[in-house]
Design a protein around this ligand. Sequence first.
Ligand code: CTP
Ligand code: CA
Length: 223
Amino acid sequence: VDAALADGPLKGRRVLVTSGPTHEPIDPVRYIANRSSGAQGTAIARALAALGADVTFVTGPADVPPPMGVTTVKVQTAQEMREAVHAAGSVEAAVFAAAVADWHVANAGNSKIKKDGSGLPQLTFAENPDILATVAQMDVGRPKLVVGFAAETDDVIANATAKRERKQCDWIVANDVSPETGIMGGSENAVTLITATGAESWPRMSKDAVARMLAQRIAEALT
Ligand code: CTP
Ligand code: CA
């Protein structure tokens, strides 16, 4: 980010953004992942930096490169993402755009699983920590503004509204990730911003435009 932009409304304010998928190992050569490209989270980090924020960007293995002008921390697993988020220290706003894997393979091996005639692999799963909920429910040092995402395929608004209350974040950005929307992996997004006072649906626009609108709203909320 060039010096010309450093004087924005978020000048010097510390914020955190998580982004991308996580990869959960099955063995040293295989993993479980999801279709997140990291495009929306990357755009949000870029838009916050463009308003002058001091951005820590914690990203899983994304398809798009991290933005310039932010502090990038690259992680693979949900557990590593959780540690990186806590290591980032206190921030005024935190945006959780990452598509964190809900489960990891509890019996992941240190050596490659072979088709050696001993039968099909039997994977067992354990739940990952909910990074957003942990931060939203901090007693000490909670960011003033905690923003989650809700990726849904059915009953988007109802599910996302319930998610906001359950996790106790301030805002939820809800999006419909049904395959026919083309949002996951695409360059556009159609979101509904859910706050304590209601739900506001934004027109479908580029992920960059969604990011700029969200960054602007975050700047207003922090002033
Ligand atoms: N999230 C997180 N840590 C997790 C799971 C989710 O921080 N282990 C965050 C995501 O970054 C997102 C929000 O929680 O901001 C909601 O993620 P989502 O997958 O929509 O919700 P879940 O609570 O995991 O519920 P489900 O996948 O069952 O709909
Ligand atoms: Ca999930």
